[in-house]
Ligand binder design. Structure first.
Ligand code: PNS
Length: 163
């Protein structure tokens, strides 16, 4: 049984992530989408909220599970007998950081193998940060994220305004 993990900060999940999840899930027996901590990013959603939005967005995929982990990715990989880490690659700009992360993870645990999937061309510009920026500037994000995510962002924003 081939077990894969797709880690990310998913703040929030976008159609680009969903494309990677769908394609990666066809290449393994089970895919765990892992909400992880990126210490360089400030989050709009909590890990549990992110996990719930991911669950709603990929509910039709039978071999996909969602989990949250606050530690080092390689510890999760080791403890759960994961065969491969999946990451999406958008453009040349992603390459350097992803190359560094894959190398670091292998150095920390030599069983950590990373597999990259190129994002579909139509999602090559898409990122959670861009979605948040468009949202904060009152642009429409409906073509970039599932409806549940757009609703959750609207809710968060109105909560924030009432504080
Ligand atoms: O969606 P992102 O922000 O590009 O994902 C990056 C993420 C969360 C996968 C990465 O920061 C990560 O693996 N965090 C867990 C902590 C860890 O293992 N850090 C060392 C590798 S950078």
């Amino acid at each position: 049984m081939k077990l894969a993990v797709y880690p990310g900060s998913f703040d929030p999940i976008t159609n680009g992530h969903i494309d990677i999840i769908k394609r990666a899930s066809k290449l393994c027996d089970k895919l765990i989408v892992l909400v992880s901590i990126n210490t360089n990013k400030k989050s709009m959603f909590s890990s549990l909220e992110k996990a719930e939005l991911i669950r709603k967005s990929v509910i039709d995929l039978d071999n996909v599970e969602i989990d949250c982990f606050e530690g080092l990715l390689v510890d999760y990989v080791r403890e759960n007998g994961i065969d491969v880490i999946v990451r999406g690659l958008r453009a040349i700009s992603d390459f350097e950081m992803e190359f560094q992360m894959a190398g670091l993870n292998r150095k920390l645990y030599e069983g950590a193998e990373t597999m990259f999937l190129m994002t579909s061309i139509e999602n090559s510009y898409l990122s959670s940060s861009m979605v948040k920026e468009v949202f904060y500037m009152k642009g429409s994000i409906s073509q970039f994220v599932p409806e549940c995510v757009e609703n959750a962002m609207n809710e968060k924003y109105s909560e924030g305004k009432n504080e």
